[in-house]
Design a protein around this ligand. Sequence first.
Ligand code: AQP
Length: 333
Amino acid sequence: MLNDKKVLYSGMQATGNLTLGNYLGALKNWVNLNEEYECFWGVMDMHSITVRQEPAEFRKRARNLLILYIAAGLDPVKNCLYFQSHVSAHAELSWILGCFTYMGELNRMTQFKDKAAKHSDNINAGLYTYPVLMAADILLYQADYVPVGKDQKQHLEITRDIAERINGIYGDVFTIPEPYFGKAGAKIMSLQDPSKKMSKSDENINGSIYLTDDPDTIVRKCKRAVTDSDSQVRYSEDKPGISNLLDIYTACSGKTIPEAEKEFEGKGYGEFKLAVAEEVIRVLKPMQEEFERLSRDKAYIDGIIKENDAKAAYFANKTLRKVRRKIGFTDIK
Ligand code: AQP
C-alpha cells in the first residue's frame, strides 16, 4: 500500500444520527490514527439497508455522517472517507465471498440472532449475510487492522476464516486482518436504560445524545437521565445510571473517576447532571460549528466525496481484479 504503512479499516452505519457513544467510543479515537496507518473510514450505507430506511432522510443522514467524520477531525486528505455504496466492488466481492462461506458459520453469528429478534417483521437475507459483506469491506482494502468492539469480534473472526480458506485454495489473495486494540474508548449506555448501549437507532430519543443536539436539548436529556434513589455520585455496579454519567463526564473532561467522585462529594445529582451536560456541550460545540460550516460548503464536500470515492475504488478494484483472476473468471476486455 502507500508509504509502506499498514492499512486500517472501519466505518459506521447511517442508521441514525451519530450519538455521543459513537463519538466517545469510536470516532474520537480514530483521529490521528492516519499518522501511523493508511486509514479507510467508510460510510456503511449498504449495511444500513438491512434495516428499512426512509430514502430522503437516509440520503441526508449518510451525507451528514461523512461531514461529521470531517468535523470530528478526520482529515479527508490524509484519510480515505468514502461511501460504501459508491464502490461497487463491495457488492461484487461480497457475492464471491458468499460462495466460500458456510451456512453453519453464519448460523453462529450472535448479532444476526439479536437483530432478527429486534426486527422480527423484517428478517431479510441481508441481515443474515451481513458478515459476508463486512468481510468484503475489510478484505478489499487488504486491511491489516480493524478496530473492533466486543460485538464485532465474531465478524472479524469469520472474515479471517473466509480469507484463510480462499488463500488456502488459491494462494496469496488476501491480507489476514488482525483486531486493532488501540486506546479503549468509553462504552456509553442509554440515558434512559443504562443496561443498553446508547444507540443511534434507539426509538427513545431521550436515551441518546446526538452529536448535533443543541445545548438546551443536552441539558434536558442529562437532567432526565435515569439514576437511583441514593444521592451519592459514586462509580459502582449497583449504580449503572450514575456510573454511565461518570463515564461521560470523565471521557469529556479528561478527569479520572476518583477525581470526579471527589469533585461531587456531598453535592446532589442535580448539580452533577448539569456539570455533565456542560462538559458534553463544551466538547460538542467546536464539532457542531465545523459541521455547520462544512454543510454550507456544498462544492467542497462534493469534491471531497468524488476524490475519496475514487481513491477507495482504486484500491478496491485492484483487489477485485486479483480475486477474479485467481478464481478463474474470464478477463474483462
Ligand atoms: N454506546 C456506544 N459506546 C461506545 N461506542 C459505541 N459505538 C456505537 N455505540 C457505542 C461504536 O460506534 C461505531 C459505530 O458502529 P456502527 O455504525 O456499525 O453501529 P453500532 O455499533 O451498532 O452503533 P449504534 O449507534 O448502536 O448503531 P445502530 O443503532 O444502528 O445499531 C462502532 O465502532 C461502535 O463500537
